[in-house]
Design a protein around this ligand. Structure first.
Ligand code: CP
Length: 337
């Protein structure tokens, strides 16, 4: 029996394989679809809400003749217990171990969205729900966003950059800008975007206030990707200086990791940085004043970026969202047996 190929993060695939997925996504974008996945079923398990991920995975399956089933644990589906070894005398009726195995008997692949939960960062960063599905489903598992990675978003980001700057944007400047947000968000999107920018050989700047450092292992993965591609990675605490000459500005908020699980303390620390927001003046600092503005969406207007930026010539956020569809078509055609 051949080994199951999961898609849990782009860093588990080789650079050549990721570049090939991007190439395939570019080709697929030029065609409406086919019948390659006729009779195939994707189970989509959402522990958290979504617009783009849900709609684009379902559309991707339909474009290739397949079908997607939506399962929302605790919402028309039994609530799942996800902790191993727990006495299940609480609200959850079903354990992930059986749920994953059963879903895997009905579907040819399972896609899972499970954001970090609880107050233990180490436990959350082990991605227990995603890895539990990979262990027990018996079919390929696709990560639709976990604590550590949002690989399909990262691929869509890379495809969008390639469309605007060329397939090999080596040496172009990619600035990932932390932005203020009313709540602490996961680091999966910024890490996944930076990983692929580094993989494309870009000069990556991670701009954030002191204290909002990304996880050291994730930083190591980004630096390693840059090392392989000939790109570079630096950290900056002065946003305006970082934006000077940038080809790409990727805005994203994330929670301070040393205050993981303590949203009140994190909110208090964040209050001093409300000015970390992308506006027209800041986009004017980019290369010829014409840098690209990127965000994974959903975005809070006039909090993360101003109307002027989102409605202006810089924004490619809708292209990014469209590209989720095409990269996922490529992923599904690759991993579905
Ligand atoms: N970017 C993204 O994953 O969007 P959704 O949360 O709407 O799926």
């Amino acid at each position: 029996m051949s080994e199951i190929r999961h898609f849990l993060g782009t860093d588990h695939w080789s650079d050549a394989e990721i570049l090939a997925l991007l190439e395939r996504a570019r080709e697929l974008k030029r065609s409406p679809g086919g019948t390659e996945l006729a009779g195939r079923i994707l189970a989509m398990v959402f522990f958290n809400p979504s617009l783009r991920t849900r709609a684009s995975f379902e559309a991707a399956m339909l474009r290739h003749g397949g079908h997607a089933i939506l399962l929302e644990p605790g919402k028309g589906v039994w609530g799942f217990e996800t902790r191993p070894g727990v006495v299940m005398d609480g609200g959850a009726a079903e354990h992930l171990v059986e749920a994953a195995a059963v879903i895997g008997r009905y579907a040819d692949a399972v896609a899972v969205r499970a954001f970090p939960a609880g107050t233990d960062r180490e436990a959350a960063f082990a991605d227990p729900v995603l890895r539990g599905f990979a262990e027990h489903a018996g079919v390929p598992v696709i990560n639709m966003e976990s604590a550590r990675r949002h690989p399909c978003q990262g691929l869509a980001d890379a495809l969008t950059i390639q469309e605007r700057l060329g397939p090999g944007p080596r040496g172009a400047r990619f600035v990932l800008s932390w932005t203020w947000h009313p709540s602490p968000l996961p680091t999966a999107v910024p890490v996944s975007a930076a990983l692929n920018a580094a993989r494309l050989g870009m000069e990556v700047t991670l701009a954030h206030p002191p204290g909002w450092e990304l996880d050291p292992e994730d930083m190591e993965a980004i630096r390693a990707a840059a090392g392989r591609s000939g790109g570079s990675v630096e950290v900056a605490h002065d946003l305006d200086a970082a934006l000077e000459g940038a080809h790409v500005v990727y805005a994203k908020s994330w929670g301070r990791l040393d205050l993981f699980g303590d949203p009140e303390a994190e909110r208090a620390a964040r209050a001093a940085h409300r000015d970390w927001r992308i506006d027209g003046r800041r986009m004017g600092l980019t290369r010829d004043g014409r840098g690209l503005f990127m965000h994974c969406l959903p975005i809070r207007r006039n909090v993360v970026a101003t109307d002027e930026v989102l409605d202006g010539p810089w924004s490619v956020v809708v292209d990014q969202a469209e590209n989720r569809l095409h990269v996922q078509r490529a992923v599904l055609l690759e991993v579905l047996p």
